[in-house]
Ligand binder design. Structure first.
Ligand code: GLN
Length: 447
């Protein structure tokens, strides 16, 4: 704990942590130490973990990177966090993120941007940017992030670490501040696939507080990591040949596919027709869900309340205008529009049917293949400020990651070399629903 506290202090310019639980972490470390000596310590004894600022921990502030939750203290603990604590992990702090997890660069946080530790002029990715940089820079052993459309995998790729998005419902969402409830997943960001497997097996499983949490038994992911098998792997040549893809990422992805073929895996290019509809489907459905989820931040029940309100209506308006940042306001407006009576069928209902079509096509793909391999991102980490003026450019950063969330399947980003400037490149492996054990064993084989 002292080691990490020193490093956090020495790297405060990265802005990865919003709050550090200095005293509490030291005290917990002593308790865990005593348990280790007594032989009663849990599975994660001494693992120092940071948590994204959207995960509730009773008695601690949680703000989702927003000023609207200024001074809010969590009255209960997220199940995922509780399960880590129960196994004697030590929570060292809460980590900076895009406001309400909306963003791909961590520039939408009310606490200011997070800097990529590899090049301080570049973004770490988002929205779990603080969580990724904390692992990248060795400020904690592992982090918990959340992934609604890529927010664990995309920053992991930009920072050269491992990011795991489990199947939808594999990890309870209880205590997670919602962005888009039918997409949100909690996942670990780690240095190794093994750590991701250990954290997932501790967090996963049914939960009486989240009816969408899967009751499927939780395999011992870390016990099967060394399974060596030959797999059937699909990828899309069109995706790799797209001129918008950074050539260094294309080369590294193709080199990996080539290596897999040499090693005896079956590697084939496939076509999936529905993937071109992913981004619009994702942004219609997630903004709709966000506009509904974020209606609870009304200045009455919790968080920021405007001092200038004169009646109830102006209390709502002023509190929300003062409390929410520009990107969150944009998403609420977009979501409210697609849910409005005149446009509901044209956008929301249509997007729901497209979501089903993508899922059907993806399920059909997985009848013939074990994994789908793709880049994680179209580019390596970009410069801070480079894309802030153009939301469409920013949305394109998720073009490869949203697939897994639209269909609810697991996916993992692992490091796959770097570009000529030394910026990390990732590769993504996606697996069928609840097939995390195979996916992790395969990822482990590659790393
Ligand atoms: N960048 C995507 C968005 O802004 C994904 C965010 C996420 O996964 N939380 O919606």
């Amino acid at each position: 704990v002292n080691h990490y506290l020193d490093r956090i202090e020495a790297h405060s310019h990265l802005n990865a942590f919003v709050e550090v639980y200095q005293q509490e972490a030291k005290e917990t470390a002593l308790l865990v130490d005593a348990k280790i000596k007594a032989g009663t310590a849990g599975k994660l004894a001494g693992m120092v973990v940071g948590i994204k600022d959207v995960l509730s921990w009773k008695g601690h502030a949680v703000q989702a990177g927003s000023q609207i939750l200024n001074s809010y203290i969590a009255p209960y603990t997220a199940t995922a966090v509780q399960r880590l604590v129960d196994e004697d992990a030590i929570i060292i702090g809460r980590q900076n993120c895009d406001e309400f997890a909306m963003g791909s660069s961590n520039e939408n946080s009310s606490f200011g941007p997070v800097l990529n530790a590899k090049d301080n002029n570049k973004v770490p990715g988002g929205s779990s940017g603080g969580s990724a940089v904390a692992v990248q820079a060795g400020l904690c052993h592992a982090s918990l992030g959340t992934d609604t459309g890529g927010s664990v995998r995309q920053p992991a790729a930009f920072c050269g670490v491992v990011g795991l998005k489990p199947s939808y419902g594999r990890v309870s969402r209880w205590g997670l501040i919602a962005y888009a409830s039918s997409f949100d997943c909690i996942g670990p960001i780690t240095k190794s696939v093994e750590d991701a497997a250990i954290l997932l097996e501790v967090m996963a499983g049914s939960d009486e507080f989240d009816s969408t949490a899967s009751s499927a038994p939780v395999p011992a992911y870390s016990a099967t990591l060394h399974t060596q098998k030959k797999y059937r792997i699909g990828y899309m040549q069109d995706m790799v040949d797209n001129p918008a893809l950074d050539p260094a990422i294309r080369d590294n992805t193709l080199a990996l596919l080539h290596r897999l073929k040499e090693e005896g895996h079956q590697v084939e290019s496939v076509q999936m027709q529905t993937l071109k509809h992913l981004l619009p489907t994702y942004y219609i459905l997630t903004t709709a869900e966000a506009s509904s989820n974020l209606s609870r931040f009304d200045g009455v029940r919790y968080g920021h309340r405007s001092a200038d309100a004169v009646d109830l209506e102006s209390l709502y308006k002023k509190s929300r205008t003062e409390g929410f940042g520009a990107e969150v306001r944009r998403r609420i407006l977009l979501g409210t529009f697609v849910l409005s009576a005149n446009y509901y069928d044209a956008y929301y209902t249509k997007a729901q049917s497209v979501r089903r079509m993508v899922r059907d096509e993806t399920e059909a793909f997985f009848k013939d293949y074990d994994f789908f391999i793709s880049p994680v991102t179209p580019s390596t980490a970009f410069k801070i400020g480079e894309k802030t003026a153009d939301p469409m450019q920013m949305f394109l950063a998720d073009v490869f990651t949203v697939h897994a969330n639209v269909v609810g399947f697991p996916a993992i980003a692992i490091p796959n070399g770097e570009d000529a400037d030394g910026m990390p490149i990732g590769v993504q492996i996606m697996a069928p629903n609840l097939k995390e054990a195979d996916m992790l064993a395969f990822a482990n084989q590659l790393s």
